[in-house]
Design a protein around this ligand. Structure first.
Ligand SMILES: [Fe+2]
Ligand SMILES: [Fe+2]
Length: 283
């Protein structure tokens, strides 16, 4: 089975003044006054979609941040952009923190991309794909699964022995293999989520986004470290002078394990396999 993993596409539309009477005011300041909007471009987003179509995966997995501040216009834009992937391929998606940016935006993701649950298990081939939603509106951009969600995750992994891929938006560890931080931009119960994943040996890989410069790390496990993968932002502008560009991954899975990773990078015009192999060029 070949899974294309895309994340952090960040479709942006300038919000109206009326849409900025909340946390979105700070987001719009960052995006349109301090220039973060230029970090994501339609050229990269559209090239990413074309490259995933060309890769012909069995399934597309998206780990959130489809929008910048979760307005109706951004969700409509993201839905239109991603239509070729949703129409052609088996498509699984979870929201990111930017997709539930404000209290008033809650429900918008579900209307455009389908219902979400704290823990959802999808059977594909020999695998269980376990989708974990830890995102909530929060001024400090924190995520959490909570006691109830942690119990659901543990129970879901207890039920069965098929190999499992766990997907969530936030990283469990940083690129050096340490706990991810700072706490204001992280998942508060990442430790507990990872402990549950390690307790169930059928978990064979973890996929996430949120950190826009991708990386691959592991959670140590005796004899069988658990791979943790973030392709990096799929909508990132091509800014070679800053060492930034967009990426996505294609994972090759056999009936028991992850056996191959290809990472594609945007060169300003098209996506192509990363020079030197997946993650060889860093973020
Ligand atoms: Fe993001
Ligand atoms: Fe994020």
């Amino acid at each position: 089975m070949r899974i294309a993993h895309v994340t952090d596409i960040h479709v942006e539309r300038l919000p109206s003044v009326g849409e900025c009477l909340n946390k979105r005011a700070a987001g719009a300041l960052h995006l349109y006054v301090l220039g973060r909007a230029s970090h994501f471009t339609r050229a990269a987003q559209e090239a990413m979609v074309a490259a995933v179509v060309a890769a012909e995966p069995d399934l597309v997995l998206c780990t959130g941040d489809l929008t910048a501040t979760a307005t109706e216009a951004e969700f409509a834009g993201a839905a239109a952009l991603l239509a070729p992937l949703r129409e052609r391929f088996d498509w699984l998606v979870i929201p990111g923190n930017h997709d539930v940016y404000t209290d008033e935006s809650v429900g918008r993701f579900a209307r455009h991309f389908g219902e979400v649950a704290p823990v959802r298990v999808e059977r594909r081939g020999a695998w269980d794909l376990v989708l974990v939603d830890v995102c909530h509106p929060d001024w400090l951009s924190r995520g959490w699964l909570g006691e109830g969600g942690l119990a659901l995750l543990d129970a879901a992994l207890q039920a069965g022995d098929r190999p499992a891929l766990v997907a969530l938006h936030y990283p469990l560890r940083n690129r050096r293999g340490e706990r991810y931080g700072p706490p204001t931009r992280a998942c508060s119960d990442a430790d507990a989520i990872e402990a549950i994943c390690l307790r169930h040996p059928r978990v064979r890989m973890v996929c996430h986004g949120h950190e826009h410069h991708g990386f691959r790390t592991v959670a140590p496990r005796p004899g069988d470290d658990l791979p943790i993968l973030d392709p990096g932002a799929g909508g990132y502008a091509w800014l070679p002078e800053r060492g930034r560009t967009a990426h996505f991954c294609v994972y090759e899975l056999d009936d028991t394990a992850l056996i191959g990773v290809e990472r594609q990078a945007f060169d300003g015009e098209v996506f192509a396999p990363e020079k030197g192999g997946a993650f060889a060029t860093g973020g």
